[in-house]
Structure formats: C-alpha cells, structure tokens
Ligand binder design. Structure first.
Ligand code: C2E
Ligand code: CA
Ligand code: CA
Ligand code: CA
Length: 275
C-alpha cells in the first residue's frame, strides 16, 4: 500500500509539473500575442431598446492562438492581469478600438473594456488621451467599461483617473453591476455615466420574479443617481420587451447581434453587396 501511495504522489507531481509548464508556456505566448498579431477585436451592437437601432458597439478582445485555437477572454484576461501583460494589451485594445471607430459614422460610439489593473496605473488618462489624439476619434464617442473592483484597491489613483478621463468627455460605464460587493457605496462615491446590469439577471428576467425585481430596483437606483441602465445578455424578444417596460433605454445581446468583425469595414461592405 505504501509503494502504491508513493506511486500516486509521483503521478501527481508529474501532473503538477506539466500543468505548471503549460501555464508558463501560455504566459509566454500571451506576452508575445501583440507582436505576433494574434489579437483582434470583434464588435457587438448596443441598441436603443425601444427601436432596436444601433447606437454603438462594444469592442471585445479575441486571442487566436496558433496551436490552441481561439482562447476565450474569460480565460486569458485573468492570466494577463496576473502577469501584468494586461497593461500593454489593454493599451493595444484602446488604440485599435479608437482607430477602428474613427472610421464609423459620427453618431456611433465605441465601448472599450478596461481592466481593474489598468485603473491602478497612473498613466491611464495619458494613454486614453493619446489613443484619442492619434486616431482623431471625438472623446464623446468613447466609453470605457470598468467593473467596481477597480475602486477597491488604490481608490485614490482610480478616482483621480476616473475624473481626468471624464474631464476629456469620455464616458464611463460600470460593468457587470449587481454581482459585486459594495455596489451601492460605489455609486455614491464615483461618478459613472451609465450602469450595465450583469447578464445573469437578464437571463432569468422572463421566468423569475426575483430577477425582475432586482432589475426594477437597479433601474430605480440608476434613475435617482442619473445613470441610465443598460442591459446585457438579451437573447429573446420577451426579455427585450420586459427590459423596455422596466425602463432600460439601451440593450445588448445575441438577440440584436453577436460580436463580429468591423461593422463598417470592407468585409461588412462586401457582405452587404452580396445580400
Ligand atoms: P463583458 O464585458 O461582460 O462582455 C459581455 C460578454 O457577454 C461577452 O463575452 C459577450 O460576447 C457575451 N454576450 C453578449 N451577448 C450575449 C448574450 O446574449 N448571451 C450570452 N450568454 N452572452 C452574451 P466575451 O466576448 O467572451 O467576453 C467575456 C469577458 O471578457 C467580458 O465580459 C470582459 O469582462 C472580458 N473582456 C473582453 N474583451 C476585453 C478587453 O478588451 N479588455 C478587458 N479588460 N476585458 C475584456
Ligand atoms: Ca463589458
Ligand atoms: Ca458583463
Ligand atoms: Ca465581465
């Protein structure tokens, strides 16, 4: 029994070694993903809930790995945050998103996700400024999406950045609202321009009275703080109708459109010509 026990231990050791090696390889690849041109953005429409007309797009990051295929952001962004690579990746995303949106109609805005880790770096406002200047994008067409964890560490730096960025005319949305810890005090302490309700509430809004009550409460809260509420993860007409009834002016989700390539790029024009 003793020897087989040791056998299992050896097996686990090897397994752990392999996992650690795999993880290090992934981290290495991630650090080189920008220079190897493996990152690209896709864009998902944000619509006026009442009319379905597009008001903007959210940029979502994709990593095309040569051997592993497409790695989802929920998997690689936390790793990029841990190793600090998110700072340069996030800067790439900002520049790429602004440069792309600069070629869109002037009434269409672009939303960019900004990691909590980026909000801890004091140069974030300068990076945003530079992405706007070098692309020529009007600051009022840029919106940054940030989760409330950005304001849990180094509150002073995050708050200073928030004020500086808003002073440029860039809007800030609180992302994934409702699943965090200190939502209400953050709303009071930080000037956001809009709140995105987490898609977990939207998913169950049409068959769960509790979720509907939560959405209603968040909309009321947003109204009293003068922050419009956006719903994400809308997949059905029933959900759209309920969100409209509850007073969500904007919505986003597969029902309106999946994330896809540049909606005003050459490929999109080719698609239109064909259809
Ligand atoms: P998020 O910011 O909350 O983005 C919404 C996610 O929900 C996206 O997943 C989107 O594709 C997905 N989604 C949109 N509509 C629907 C729907 O109707 N149903 C369902 N089930 N899902 C829907 P995605 O693209 O896989 O991104 C996941 C997360 O990765 C994002 O969540 C965001 O937190 C992070 N992320 C993506 N791109 C970036 C980026 O450029 N920078 C940073 N820091 N984070 C990013
Ligand atoms: Ca987002
Ligand atoms: Ca979300
Ligand atoms: Ca998220």
């Amino acid at each position: 029994a003793k020897s087989s026990g040791r056998g299992i231990a050896v097996f686990f050791d090897q397994e752990m070694d392999e996992l650690a090696r795999d993880r290090r390889a992934l981290e290495h690849d991630l650090r080189h993903a920008i220079t190897r041109n493996q990152l690209h953005l896709v864009f998902q429409p944000l619509v006026a809930t009442a009319f379905g007309s597009v008001v903007g797009y959210e940029a979502l990051l994709r990593w095309q790995h040569p051997e592993r295929g497409e790695i989802p952001p929920d998997f690689f962004i936390p790793i990029a945050e841990e190793i600090g690579a998110i700072v340069s990746i996030g800067e790439w995303v900002l520049r790429e998103a602004c440069a792309t949106a600069a070629g869109w109609p002037a009434n269409i805005s672009i939303a960019v996700n900004v990691s909590t880790v980026q909000f801890q770096v004091p140069s974030l406002p300068a990076i945003v400024r530079d992405a706007l200047d070098s692309s020529g994008l009007d600051a009022r067409r840029l919106e940054l999406e940030v989760t409330e964890t950005a304001f849990m560490r180094n509150r002073q730096i995050a708050l200073k950045s928030l004020h500086e960025i808003r002073a440029m005319g860039v809007r800030i949305a609180m992302d994934d609202f409702g699943i965090g810890y200190s939502s209400l005090s953050n709303l009071k302490a930080f000037p956001f321009d809009k709140i995105k309700i987490d898609k977990s509430f939207v998913a169950s809004i049409s068959d769960d009275e509790a979720s509907r009550s939560i959405v209603r409460a968040i909309v009321g809260l947003g109204r009293s703080f003068n922050m419009p509420i956006v719903a994400e993860g809308v997949e059905t007409e029933a959900q759209r109708q309920m969100l409209l009834d509850e007073g969500c002016p904007q919505a986003q989700g597969y029902y309106f459109g999946r994330p896809a390539g540049d909606p005003f790029g050459d490929a999109a024009r080719d698609r239109q010509v064909k259809s």
